[in-house]
Design a protein around this ligand. Structure first.
Ligand code: RB5
Length: 150
């Protein structure tokens, strides 16, 4: 699948570790930066780039890495059509897709190390929305709220 990845300075070293995994798993990678460590860069720039790439359909899933994952999720969720969350356990990383159709995974590089992050990414990308009626009903309520703007 096409996967977009981004990171600010807090997540940059972890992004460098994750890109080869994505390629090894057979995904097409869109890297929206940062392309070099820059201590003064701002997570919204990259989180919004990841989110807009997913929302536009240029990628099916997104991964955004910052220091905690929190700012990344807050920013990414401002883009219509994006369902982003911080997941630092593998259950949430796959269940968030299966039940909630999460399409952007946010990681905190100051919280999880490379090996755990690789397991999280693998769980996230292996999961598919279940399509079960109760999950579709709940998702529709979220989409209705998004459409109304509140
Ligand atoms: C950057 O220092 C840090 O604030 C950022 O990466 C992220 O953790 C925000 O949520």
């Amino acid at each position: 699948m096409r996967v977009v990845i981004g990171a600010d300075h807090g997540g940059f070293p972890l992004k460098v570790e994750l890109v080869p995994l994505l390629e090894k798993l057979g995904h097409q990678v869109v890297d929206v930066g940062a392309h070099a460590y820059e201590a003064a860069d701002d997570y919204p720039d990259f989180a919004l780039a990841v989110a807009r790439t997913v929302a536009s359909g240029k990628a099916e899933r997104g991964i955004m890495v910052c220091g905690s994952g929190v700012g990344a999720a807050v920013a990414a969720n401002k883009v219509k059509g994006v369902r982003a969350s911080v997941c630092h356990d593998t259950y949430s990383a796959h269940q968030g897709v299966e039940h909630d159709d999460m399409n952007v995974l946010c990681l905190g590089a100051r919280i999880v190390g490379g090996e755990v992050a690789k397991e999280l990414v693998t769980a996230f990308l292996s999961a598919r929305f279940s399509g079960e009626a109760r999950h579709k009903r709940r998702l529709q309520k979220v989409l209705d709220a998004e459409a109304k703007g509140s």
